[in-house]
Design a protein around this ligand. Structure first.
Ligand SMILES: NC(=O)c1ccc[n+]([C@@H]2O[C@H](COP(=O)([O-])OP(=O)(O)OC[C@H]3O[C@@H](n4cnc5c(N)ncnc54)[C@H](OP(=O)(O)O)[C@@H]3O)[C@@H](O)[C@H]2O)c1
Length: 342
């Protein structure tokens, strides 16, 4: 048994891009772990993953996998979360789910610790962590909402290959190598060749010409900000970047606000770094944000088409703040609030 301060943790999807980042972050942040159990697909059972200078053996998921586990982090896709999330919660673990399976369910809090930490208290055993583009967007919108109100948001994303997991991340590398070798790149992991290209799609089509990713970004933002009526429209685009999602955002506020005041507001916001001096060529790019924990904001300027509008540029590491880090921070916040151990 762990001591009162240590928690037994399960990581489901521990070989994946998000799961392996979770293991790194648990160690880096000295999360109070007792034991760590790691799970992946049949393909990986028996193999090992690294954790904090040691190795852990990958196990097969079954109904008894979560016995004596206090925190179960899921990063193995929605189907696995739907099937095993309730089993883990029934066993007494607090489930923190990185997939989209539970995000929009009424009895499941959808949490960004810097934005809506108190929603954690409403959990019934499962807490969802938002999409990798939603997390940074809400972190920027919340301080503006508090100060001047947010009327409408128009966002275009520039999403890295790793956002779609290892298959697309590996395929981008393979395509780059094929191009250099003057061979024809293979396309399997998404709809079009990503190397030397940008793809305004690849997600499941949904209503009104939008796709699943765009609707997630809109609906999850509304839920986290507790504003079901928020006017928001998104265009999601995949770009040939390995790590780091960027977002170009136009925000119409309820009261007018000057760009300098937006800059000052965001400089004070927890988890945000403002890098904004375009004349000196200072603005965030995915290449230098990869590996960082904060959400970076630059290009803060007036929306020249509106009386009450601001335009800005957001970049964050999709595997860290967009995924694994946010999940670990939810667990840390739950400990601080006394939600775990139960
Ligand atoms: N990548 C991102 O930026 C990001 C951001 C936010 C949320 N997410 C979400 O996080 C989840 C994981 O994404 P990822 O990018 O890490 O994907 P990934 O790199 O493709 O990894 C998928 C993981 O799931 C495991 N898995 C697959 N089938 C399984 C099964 N039947 N039983 C147990 N484990 C199984 C895989 O194990 P094997 O290695 O054995 O196949 C692997 O560990 C997804 O739900 C994704 O939507 C990802």
């Amino acid at each position: 048994m762990p001591t009162s301060k240590q928690l037994n943790v399960a990581v489901v999807g521990a070989t994946g891009l998000v799961g392996s980042e979770m293991l790194k972050i648990l160690a880096q942040r000295k999360f109070p772990v007792g034991t760590v159990r790691v799970f992946a697909s049949e393909r990986s059972v028996g193999k090992q993953v690294a954790f904090n200078g040691n190795t852990l053996k990958l196990e097969r998921l079954d109904e008894s996998s979560f016995k004596d586990v206090q925190v179960a982090m899921f990063a193995a896709g929605a189907d696995i979360s739907l099937m095993y999330g309730p089993i883990a919660a029934e066993s007494g673990a607090l489930v923190i789910d990185k997939s989209s399976a539970w995000r929009m369910k009424a009895n499941v809090p959808l949490v960004v610790p810097e934005v809506n930490p108190n929603d954690i208290r409403d959990n019934e055993g499962i807490i969802a962590s938002p999409n990798c583009t939603t997390i940074p967007l809400t972190m920027v919108l919340e301080p503006l909402r508090q100060k001047v109100g947010v009327e409408r948001v128009i966002v275009s994303t520039y999403q890295a290959a790793s956002g779609a997991g290892r298959p697309l991340s590996d395929e981008l590398e393979d395509q780059m190598e094929a191009i250099v070798a003057k061979k024809k790149p293979e396309v399997n992991a998404t709809t079009h060749q990503l190397a030397y290209n940008v793809i305004p799609g690849g997600w499941k089509p949904q209503q009104y010409g939008y796709n699943e990713e765009e609707m997630k970004l809109a609906n999850e933002t509304r839920k986290i900000l507790h504003n079901p009526e928020l006017k928001i429209a998104a265009t999601c685009v995949r770009v040939p970047v390995q790590i780091g999602h960027s977002e170009s955002v136009i925000i119409e506020t309820m009261e007018a606000i000057e760009p300098e005041d937006v800059r000052a507001l965001l400089e004070r916001a927890r988890g945000i770094v403002v890098e904004d001096d375009p004349v000196a060529r200072i603005y965030p790019t995915p290449l230098h944000v990869a590996g960082r924990d904060e959400v970076f904001v630059g290009r803060i300027r007036k929306d020249m088409s509106s009386e009450k509008g601001v335009a800005l540029w957001i970049v964050s590491d999709n595997l860290r703040k967009g995924a694994a880090l946010n999940a670990v921070q939810i667990a840390e916040q739950a400990i601080e609030m006394g939600v775990i151990p139960k």
